[in-house]
Design a protein around this ligand. Structure first.
Ligand SMILES: Cc1cc2nc3c(=O)[nH]c(=O)nc-3n(C[C@H](O)[C@H](O)[C@H](O)COP(=O)(O)O)c2cc1C
Length: 340
């Protein structure tokens, strides 16, 4: 048995290194959230100390509408990262996604880097697999991997652009919608479909109208560009700048998915960096927000560093609700946003 099938562990480690050392943000594309203003109300009737950020998502109560985005698992450092993120999520009462569990399917020893349930008994914990790997023959092993980490749900990431940029990436997406439809309805875990930072927009959302998925995470453009990360990993430089800047900006993706799927539980992610970004995304129609790369360095440091980062973010979100006269998330949605 090889301990690093397909060099997956090495690649995961390179992703972490590149995300920490290179400028992997979109260079020209923005989330589009800066084009909206949250309405400020000088006569707010709210008490900042009583603002309620709590919400239910995929059957779990969250103290704030925030999920830690999936980042890693498998490589040795990943265990530390996942445990520190989970510890912070438990302290803050928010949710957490694990990185792709593909490595667990081939390498039992990798499981330990995903094991966080003991540290985070109450968090909404979402497992992860790529859409191209989601075939009927892996379902038993995938269910076992989800059971083993005690996940509440499964996120399936669809990432055709990332895979196309990757050396020996999985580039055959034919039949993937049909497989998603079949497996999402039978796997026994709620399934959320997500991108990785290039965005789920109207065309993809239209395919999901009759699909038994439990949620969508738009993972739009404007934050980390995975077409950029993969070029740094593969070539040490950006060879295809236009591809690195391709995607559906997060604000646009939220509006398009909401229009196609009005009732679907919706995560806004991709370039969410501040409490104000979060407030605008929630006012535009998302139910919760998620962020990944800003938490990578704090997660390597300590649980306290992650808590510190997220507490500041949540504090800013609280002040946003207060300043627009919203006592809770439903009222924030009612306030909406206005174009700049
Ligand atoms: C180091 C790192 C590893 C990631 N690995 C995964 C993964 O395994 N599965 C996944 O669905 N998304 C993965 N992502 C993508 C993020 O979850 C997120 O969708 C993307 O980075 C955009 O969000 P951001 O701008 O807040 O970083 C990863 C992101 C980072 C920074």
């Amino acid at each position: 048995m090889t301990l690093d099938p397909g060099g997956m562990e090495t690649r995961k480690r390179r992703h972490i290194d590149v995300c920490l050392s290179e400028d992997v943000d979109f260079q020209t594309v923005t989330t589009g959230l800066e084009r909206y203003r949250l309405p400020y109300n000088a006569l707010t009737q709210t008490d900042l100390g009583s603002i309620d950020l709590a919400t239910d998502f995929l059957g779990t109560r969250l103290r704030a509408p925030v999920l830690i985005g999936p980042m890693t698992g498998g490589a040795e450092l990943s265990g530390t990262i996942n445990r520190n993120l989970a510890d912070a999520a438990q302290q803050l009462g928010i949710g957490m996604m694990l990185g792709s569990q593909r490595i667990m399917l081939d390498n039992g020893a990798a499981s330990s880097t995903f094991r966080v349930r003991e540290i985070a008994p109450d968090v909404l914990l979402i497992g992860n697999i790529g859409l191209t790997q989601l075939t009927p023959d892996i379902v038993p092993a995938l269910v076992e991997a989800l059971d083993r980490v005690n996940a509440n749900a499964l996120a399936v990431h669809t990432n055709p652009l990332q895979e196309a940029m990757q050396h020996k990436g999985d580039t055959d997406f034919s039949g993937s919608i049909a497989r998603l439809r079949e497996i999402a309805g039978t796997i026994g875990y709620p399934v959320m479909l997500k991108e990785v930072g290039h965005g789920i927009g109207a065309a993809a959302a239209a395919e999901l109208v009759d699909c038994p998925i439990a949620a969508v995470d738009v993972a739009g453009a404007g934050g980390t560009s995975w077409a950029r990360v993969e070029q740094f990993v593969r070539y040490g430089e950006i060879r295809y700048p236009a591809l690195a800047e391709w995607g559906i900006p997060t604000a646009q993706a939220i509006l398009e998915v909401r229009r196609e799927l009005p009732g679907v539980p919706l995560v806004a992610s991709g370039g969410i960096r501040t409490g104000m970004d979060a407030a605008k995304a929630l006012a535009l129609g998302a139910d919760v927000v998620s962020l990944a790369r800003p938490l990578l360095a704090p997660a390597i440091e300590s649980p306290a560093a992650v808590v510190d980062w997220l507490q500041r973010f949540i504090e800013e979100l609280l002040i946003c609700l207060h300043g627009c006269g919203a006592a809770d998330l439903a009222e924030l949605r009612d306030r909406g946003v206005s174009p700049m």
